[in-house]
Write a protein that binds this ligand. Structure first.
Ligand SMILES: NC(=O)C1=CN([C@@H]2O[C@H](COP(=O)(O)OP(=O)(O)OC[C@H]3O[C@@H](n4cnc5c(N)ncnc54)[C@H](O)[C@@H]3O)[C@@H](O)[C@H]2O)C=CC1
Ligand SMILES: O=C(CO)COP(=O)(O)O
Length: 345
């Protein structure tokens, strides 16, 4: 990574011109950096050049002049000091494989993606470590609905990396009056939190469509936190990470807002749509369905108790009636509230 001060404009590439890639690219551009936003669609790139707007993924938001759309991957990354990857998890490896041979030796790679690779159960940072072992690597995750960021609502996020200089540079590069970036060295925990919360957003959307009360929402979010930290600790993450923005913060927002695509998938299923209809109706990336499959299988393999994951899986993939699943959740063995306090209290 280069050591120039961030008062000097940095060359930044953002790979993926969807809603989150565009929102983060626009923050960096507005902070004075030179940003190339790599995208596949010529139509979208033209739209940005002519109208300074990504009307497909982030309609109604003006994009800063420092942001340039780019269709050619080599042009996008060859001079970049920092490369942010914002494509869905299923496309992540293929995009990174193409980009890495084109990078400057000092370039850092930062994932914005909240998912798990199908089949391999790898997180995006693990793919980055495999593909680019000589580059500094980080991830960004937190309660960050792209439209609210673009709307300049006060928001906060977390950059996680083993490299303290990289954390600090990303904090400086992206922070502004309405966006505040915190650091965390627990890259695996931050990333796992961002992926897992999508499952509970679907549960919460589904419950909301069925008339969930506020007590119910609070119970659901809190038990989701217990369940996801139990899983993450067994996989080697630090449970304390789940008390931060990437854990509690992101659970609160995605389990409460119709701006979350995962919440909407659940909501539409609760209204009676099939999974296929719900995904089509959302029309954008909803990582939680793949994550649900992956986590369900991993929890079974490692014998980790995850009643919300099992319940949602049974509703979506085994056609179990929602009422039966809710009944089972309420009649499980009576348990301790905060399990990391130990059994002796
Ligand atoms: N939208 C949001 O509020 C947030 C999204 N994220 C995460 O960011 C990641 C990306 O999501 P969004 O930008 O929201 O998705 P999106 O659905 O808005 O856009 C996805 C973008 O990726 C592009 N893409 C898909 N496959 C590709 C490929 N093979 N090669 C090149 N480009 C490809 C699409 O053309 C599109 O531009 C997801 O993992 C999501 O969980 C994280 C935080 C907030
Ligand atoms: O991760 C997000 C907000 O933090 C966005 O959630 P969705 O992918 O469900 O829209």
């Amino acid at each position: 990574m280069n050591n120039t001060s961030l008062e000097t404009p940095q060359a930044i590439a953002v790979l993926g011109g969807g809603s989150f890639g565009t929102a983060i690219a626009n923050i960096a551009a507005s902070n004075g950096h030179r940003v190339k936003l790599w995208m596949r669609s010529e139509k979208q790139a033209d739209d940005i050049l002519k109208n300074r707007e990504n009307s497909r993924y982030l309609p109604g938001y003006h994009l800063h002049d420092n942001l340039t759309p780019e269709l050619d991957l080599t042009e996008a990354v060859q001079d970049a000091d920092f490369v942010f990857v914002a494509v869905p998890s299923k496309a992540f490896r293929a995009v990174v494989e193409q980009a890495v041979p084109l990078l400057q030796p000092h370039a850092a790679l930062i994932s914005l993606t909240k998912g798990i690779e199908p089949v391999s159960f790898k997180l995006m940072s693990q793919i980055l470590h495999e593909q680019a072992p000589n580059h500094d690597i980080g991830v960004i995750s937190g309660p960050n609905l792209a439209k609210e960021i673009a709307d300049h609502h006060i928001s906060a996020t977390v950059v996680a990396s083993y490299s303290q200089p990289l954390r600090q540079k990303v904090q400086q590069m992206l922070s502004n009056q309405t966006f505040r970036v915190y650091g965390n060295p627990d890259i695996y925990g931050v990333e796992l939190a961002g992926a897992l919360k999508n499952i509970y957003a679907i549960v919460s959307g589904l419950a909301a469509a069925l008339g969930m009360a506020e007590n119910t929402r609070a119970a659901l979010i809190t038990r989701a936190l217990a369940e996801m930290s139990r899983f993450a600790v067994r996989l080697g993450a630090n449970p304390m990470t789940f008390l931060g923005l990437a854990g509690v913060g992101d659970l609160i927002v995605t389990c409460s807002s119709k701006l979350s695509r995962n919440y909407r998938v659940g909501y539409y299923i609760g209204e009676g749509d099939s999974l296929k209809q719900a995904i089509k109706r959302v029309g954008e990336t909803a990582e939680g369905i793949n994550t649900l499959r992956m986590v369900h299988d991993k929890a079974a393999e490692m014998q980790i108790y995850m009643p919300l994951v099992s319940g949602l899986y049974a509703i979506i993939f085994e056609d179990k009636p929602i009422r039966d699943v809710a009944g089972n959740l309420m009649s499980g063995d009576l348990a301790q509230d905060v399990e990391f306090m130990g059994a002796g209290i």
